[in-house]
Design a protein around this ligand. Structure first.
Ligand code: THG
Length: 263
């Protein structure tokens, strides 16, 4: 699994404080610790509190790049903030844009931008009218996304489709139908696009967060999920992901499969 570490996000109080104080040490520490815990990419999200989101994105990207060599995910709903992150990107590591909607005009803007910067792109199965409440419309959005990628000659292996996961306490029907969405998205093209999820959304505001996240991650891996924005400090979650992938025959089994995958 491509594990995107979720922690460098202004939504977290410690990151919000670090941004306010321009405390590079705390951000660098979060970057290093997430890598040590198994992150493949580091998500960078300025949150909503920053006065100047573009300047904050630049500072966070520069701070992370000074600390580690890891690939980064620029996370914002605002194009100028992503652009600021791309401006600060040193070109020495893979970069992913997070994220774009399935609106055709948005795809016509973001896909060429991603292509120009040799960046991967996360696309959400929603449009101007909102997040669809049924399987078929989300599949339709995924098909639009893949079609636009083909039109722009954008490599499918750089495309990540995010079916959008909302808190379980808000909607109890959607985890089941998201599994159906994921299984069907994988049939849209050969090779299929990657499937991405912001896993922690699922348990937001509720109890048993770790258990809920861990259980659904395993179910989603069985449905074809190959990447997720997660709390990489949750060791049980990371071990469950490795084990699910071994059981899906993505890793070779041996008695020391866990140790081997962690190495
Ligand atoms: N898809 C894509 N990108 C995303 C999301 C997604 N980026 C943001 C988000 N969703 C994924 N990242 C997080 C990060 C933190 C939490 C949830 C998702 C979270 N935070 C605690 C909370 O809200 O309770 C904060 C608690 C604290 O302050 O300590 O759960 O879906 N493409």
């Amino acid at each position: 699994m491509i594990a995107v570490g979720e922690r460098i996000n202004g939504m977290f109080l410690d990151v919000k404080k670090a941004i306010k104080k321009q405390d590079a040490g705390s951000i660098a520490d979060l970057a290093r610790r997430q890598l040590a815990a198994g992150a493949t990419y580091l998500d960078i999200n300025v949150g909503t509190a920053a006065a100047d989101q573009e300047a904050t994105m630049r500072w966070l990207v520069e701070t992370v790049q000074a600390a580690v060599d890891a690939p980064i995910t620029l996370d914002s709903q605002k194009l100028p903030v992503l652009q600021a992150g791309l401006d600060a990107h040193d070109g020495k590591r893979p970069v992913m844009l997070n994220s774009c909607s399935a609106d055709p005009d948005a795809l016509d803007t973001y896909i060429p931008l991603a292509k120009k910067h040799d960046a991967s792109l996360i696309t959400l199965t929603k449009d101007k009218t909102g997040v669809p409440q049924d399987v078929d419309t989300r599949i339709l959005h995924a098909a639009t996304i893949v079609q636009k990628a083909v039109e722009h000659d954008y490599a499918i292996d750089k495309l990540f489709i995010d079916p959008i996961i909302l808190p379980i306490r808000v909607d109890q029907k959607q985890p089941d139908f998201l599994l159906q969405v994921m299984q069907q998205v994988r049939l849209i093209s050969d090779p299929p696009p990657h499937l991405m999820m912001g896993l922690s959304n699922l348990s937001q505001g509720g109890a048993e967060r770790h258990l809920i996240n861990r259980t659904f991650l395993v179910m989603a891996i069985a449905a074809g999920l190959d990447s997720a924005i997660v709390d990489v400090f949750d060791t049980e979650l990371m071990n469950a992901a490795i084990t699910a992938e071994m059981l899906m025959n993505h890793h070779i089994y041996s008695d020391s499969f866990l140790k081997a995958a962690r190495a």
